[in-house]
Ligand binder design. Structure first.
Ligand SMILES: Cc1cc2nc3c(=O)[nH]c(=O)nc-3n(C[C@H](O)[C@H](O)[C@H](O)COP(=O)(O)OP(=O)(O)OC[C@H]3O[C@@H](n4cnc5c(N)ncnc54)[C@H](O)[C@@H]3O)c2cc1C
Length: 329
């Protein structure tokens, strides 16, 4: 078992963690990134990325994350393959204390500052065909993938705010958007429902649950959805070119329960407009604190903000300690 110490401990290696690492390393904080079970984060499970600034042509998600990692390492980040299983924030950023995390194999990580970049995972239906056809017609992000279905038929599965927002967004690209919901009413806010029902390109199919995604991953991808009526039990097929699962996201915040404030869905709460949590020296960035935008570029942006604030925190603490020493002399 080894103890690793750093001025900036980053938990998570998606765009938020990598961006924090690049800024933190360039500020001399010698960051450590603990990568977790998904090194590179969510973008490593997608293919085409067309909206990350700086690339005229379509790039691949895993490639983008390799570039971010290479850049972070090049400027002085230590990348460690481990998963944090417990964390101690009781020092609360007081002088002389460190935030302490324990890895899966027992290694100890001590950081003068802590950047939480553990992300969020889209919730999936868990039905046949979903994994096989992911990226080949099945998606969980309309903002990310809607553009690939220009002029095509798409379906959105869900009944909450996310589903309605995704359906409305998809009308920018698709002439035929179908919202499929397993109940006979939506949970989404009234104003969103009004916009949905008023839209000429959106149709709602009520009381249907998706049993499986149909199509051949190797030839043409998704072709349709196998449905069952939740009232009559009748089976049917809904042909579609794209299907967006929009049943919510689960932020990876289990570690912080009872230690940091969260909203009812488990997203970490920060001081508005900043990545600062209620504990000085602990910052949250990326999807773990962002229930709204959830994009690689916004995650990278808040990662940058977390590193800049961490650098200020360290500098202020050092300045205060220096003054104490001077006063004692
Ligand atoms: C299929 C798909 C396609 C997408 N396409 C696009 C797109 O085209 N454009 C776009 O902008 N966005 C896209 N997104 C969204 C984008 O991927 C996310 O917004 C972004 O990855 C969030 O970055 P993040 O760094 O906050 O978290 P994540 O990318 O979720 O990374 C979280 C990191 O935390 C680590 N972690 C979690 N728990 C622990 C722990 N206990 N210990 C250590 N590490 C831990 C994980 O291993 C992971 O490295 C897509 C998402 C998906 C799922």
């Amino acid at each position: 078992m080894t103890t690793h110490t750093t001025r900036m401990l980053i938990v998570g290696s998606g765009p938020a963690g990598m961006s924090a690492a690049i800024y933190g390393a360039r500020a001399g904080l010698k960051p450590i990134v603990v990568q977790g079970l998904q090194p590179g984060g969510q973008l490593t499970i997608t293919t085409d990325v067309e909206n990350y600034p700086g690339f005229r042509d379509v790039i691949q998600g895993p490639w983008l994350m390799e570039q971010m990692q290479a850049q972070a390492e090049h400027v002085g980040t230590r990348m460690l393959w481990d998963t944090i299983v417990s964390i101690d924030l009781s020092g609360r950023g007081e002088p002389g204390t460190a935030f302490r995390a324990i890895g899966d194999g027992g290694d100890i990580y001590e950081g003068e500052t802590l950047v939480i970049a553990t992300g969020a995972q889209a919730k999936w239906l868990g039905v046949p065909g979903e994994v096989e056809l992911a990226g080949k017609g099945v998606s969980a992000c309309a903002t990310c993938d809607g553009f690939f279905y220009r002029g095509k038929r798409v379906a959105v599965i869900g009944g909450g705010n996310t589903a309605v927002e995704e359906a409305l967004y998809l009308t920018n690209h698709s002439p035929e958007v179908t919202l499929i919901h397993r109940r006979d009413s939506l949970r989404a806010e009234r104003i969103l429902q009004d916009r949905l029902f008023a839209h000429p390109n959106i149709r709602v199919i009520w009381n249907k649950k998706v049993d499986s995604f149909l199509g051949d991953p190797l030839a043409g991808g998704l072709t349709g959805l196998a449905l069952t009526d939740t009232v009559t039990g009748e089976a049917s097929t809904h042909p579609t070119d794209g299907a967006f699962v929009a049943i919510g996201h689960a932020p990876a915040t289990e570690l912080f329960k009872g230690k940091l404030e969260m909203d009812p869905s488990g997203y970490l709460l920060v001081e508005p407009g900043t990545p600062k949590t209620a504990i000085p020296g602990v910052f949250a960035c990326g999807d773990v604190m962002d229930p709204i935008y959830r994009q690689a570029v916004t995650a990278a942006g808040t990662g940058c903000m977390a590193a800049l604030d961490a650098e200020r925190f360290v500098a202020e603490r050092e300045f205060a300690a220096h003054k104490v020493v001077q006063a004692a002399e």
